[in-house]
Design a protein around this ligand. Structure first.
Ligand code: ZN
Length: 137
């Protein structure tokens, strides 16, 4: 089996990946705006303040949108799978995978929570809140 591609850390995203390797979900937070943003960057995209910091995320969000993928764009991904945009705290959204044994059950508006047990590469993945803790499909 071909190994799936992995994300490359940048100087800005390194703390995110370090926390993920410890199964912690963190988010950039601007104290000036009192809001998060993502992806991390030199400055807050709202006020251009460079003195932002990382804080913990609740790991609980809502599916804003999603798609089911039946043909992977590159080798190394087992299909089918769900790619979703999950809204977490205000300003903090992630493009991620939603694991579900029955992909037809995934809906916009579902409450999801981070599930490190389902992650195979230190990536935050999510499960619908009502199905968290189940076996990986
Ligand atoms: Zn700001």
């Amino acid at each position: 089996m071909t190994e799936s591609p992995s994300a490359a850390a940048t100087v800005f995203s390194q703390p995110f990946w370090q926390a993920a390797s410890e199964q912690r979900l963190i988010r950039p937070w601007c104290a000036h705006c009192q809001i998060s943003f993502f992806p991390p960057a030199l400055c807050c995209p709202h006020c251009l303040e460079t003195d932002w910091t990382w804080i913990d995320s609740s790991g609980i969000g809502i599916i804003y949108s999603f798609t089911r993928v039946f043909r992977a764009p590159v080798a190394g991904f087992e299909t089918p799978y769900v790619v979703a945009i999950v809204d977490l705290e205000p300003g903090f959204s992630l493009m991620t995978n939603v694991l579900e044994s029955d992909l037809d059950q995934v809906c916009i508006g579902d409450v999801v929570e981070v599930d490190w047990a389902g992650s195979t590469r230190d990536l935050p993945v999510f499960r619908r809140a009502s199905s968290a803790g189940r076996e990986t499909p």
